[in-house]
Design a protein around this ligand. Sequence first.
Ligand code: NAD
Length: 291
Amino acid sequence: MTATLIDGKAFAAGLRARVAEEVRALAARGVVPGLAVVLVGEDPASAVYVRNKAAQTVEAGMRSFQHRLPASTGQAELLALVATLNADPAVDGILVQLPLPAQIDPQAVIEAIAPEKDVDGFHPMNVGRLATGMAGLVPCTPLGASMLIDSVRPDVAGLEAVVIGRSSIVGKPMAQLLLQRSATVTIAHSRTRDLAAVCRRADVLVAAVGRPEMVRGDWIKPGAVVIDVGINRVPSPEGGEGRTRLVGDVAFAEAAAVAGAITPVPGGVGPMTIACLLANTLQAAKARRGI
Ligand code: NAD
């Protein structure tokens, strides 16, 4: 391996510590930021995320409010809860865990969250703020990924950046963040022709697809910064039946032999997401009070 390993786990721990320090200073002034997390239904993966978010919120010295609603919850009921949280002065951040059950339109819920409490950064107001270069709340996963890029390549101006994936949660906001830093940005997706050739141009390559090890070593430009957002569970080669392991969208060993710097999976972008959620909650708490 020739690439520098970008240690997202360590970076996230540092970010959480910085957030906790600021929260302590705020608490000394009588301000304790609060994050409300809403889970509808019993999706096991979502339940784990919500539990981790709550635990890390408390660890950072903030208040955590958890709302668990049954899978049968109607849209009106969820919107009523969001309205209550919007009006609650103890709540600085609101996160409704996705996916939602089929009877609820996720976009209606996202648009109901007060933009100043939208710590996921999914409200059209925050999406528009990011697109127009105004201060706002930025989606946590691409925000974390961009911090990891900054840690190894602080100046990407004029560089070729390729983002694979065009979701509203990762790909599009990632591209906006790179554009803000004056990279020359290409968004590739499922309809892109000759994806390998597009990737080979990239000085900064971000993969956010959800296809295990799709990006091969010979797609990587020598020296490139490779950020692997993908989280894919695949059968484990060693171990018995039913054993699985996590891999990214990038074939790590091949890519690490060519890249200049690369994030591992797990331990790369993953831990940054919750750390950035805490940072966003702190930002929202300060902004709401004009601090
Ligand atoms: P998504 O399914 O919404 O979007 C995937 C994107 O990949 C789409 O825009 C699609 O056009 C593109 N794509 C699909 N097949 C392709 C192909 N063959 N070639 C090129 N592009 C293709 O997924 P998402 O929510 O953006 O998440 C992407 C990945 O990132 C997933 O593995 C997800 O688990 C992971 N993820 C990780 C975190 C985290 O680290 N905390 C957070 C969010 C998502």
